[in-house]
Design a protein around this ligand. Sequence first.
Ligand code: AMP
Ligand code: MG
Length: 400
Amino acid sequence: MLTVDQALDIILRSVKDVCHESIGLDRACGRILAEDVIADSDLPPFDRARMDGYALRSEDTTQAPVTLRLIGEVAAGASFNGSVARGEAVKIFTGAPVPDGADAVQKIEVTERDGATVTIKEPAVSGQFITPHASEIRTGDVAAARGREIGPAEMAVLASFGYASVRVARMPRVAVLSTGDELVDVSEKPTGAEIRSSNGFTISSYASRAGAQAETLGIVRDTLEGTVKALETASLGRDIVITSGGVSMGDYDLVKAALTSIGAELYFDKVSIRPGKPTVFARRGETYFFGLPGNPVSTSVTFNVFVRPAIKKMLGAADVSLPAITACAARDIKDGSSRRSFLPAGVFVRNTRLMAEPLKWGGSSDLVAFMKANGLIVVPEDVHEISGGADIQVMLLNPF
Ligand code: AMP
Ligand code: MG
């Protein structure tokens, strides 16, 4: 059986980057940069005042208090024509260019204006309250690298360098199918052994959050013809089709047979992971298929471990996997499995230490318990017992 790392390696080696598109900056937040963002100007473009006060020559103030002659003022957006000579000062406002000749700004709070003169009450050090020209970035430098996710701070960088539009990775098109005769729609009341289908919502939400354009195509009944037809339709124009359920060993587990019947190449159908062993990965043409197990916790775990990296890889993202951290086990943990386990966990801070603790859960169907998990404790294949206080690896489910 493949290890988690081997399976992930197969996925990452086979999925290709999607193509790129140009979009308006106002729609770019959340997308992945498909080009380096280049500074088209120095920042700051001039020596810039960081305080309201007086621009002056620091050497004039070593014997402060000292009275200087006021020769003018410069506000943000303006510039001063002329230069500050010995014994002179220019009134300056935050954000304004520091006039030639001046090498420091003294803040208004330690000055006293008297008509055409100003008394500087404390010495100013050379460079004080000045952000030097180009100290943040120089023209031509890479301000944000390709592969970086565009968040609010990246928006500021893009706007500052004139990116009214920006090249980003096209959002991978993802279709989601839920297989199972026991499933009813959210709007229906289950009777007998029926349950409401929830996986489609989970998967499409995770997929959107990962940067895909996800569409939930509904419930597929457990027949070979039905599954084949649904997979055929779902794959049209899609980069990824994700199914839930129908991948175990039962008579009604038809996803693999359906994939074979549509001519998809099966890369793997089992991984040494818990929960989620029967995870399937296949490809036909440009479309990749993930068959995730049906139990909601297994679905969520396998999505995060295998599908999210595939979507991120398609996007050309710099980081494909969920961030992993080291935390302190809040109590003893037992795990009899020889597969790699991903235990739904609470991650929290106690006395400034990052702690993690497996949630009490009723197994891989327990979607209510899983809702409270903000991490997955990763228990390696050969580890079966962890003592409270030990360092453990945790994948964060809500990446920052
Ligand atoms: P399966 O992998 O098809 O054997 O499904 C295992 C179990 O997962 C089923 O018995 C259901 O309880 C549950 N399940 C399957 N599909 C869904 C779904 N779409 N939403 C919620 N639970 C599901
Ligand atoms: Mg089923």
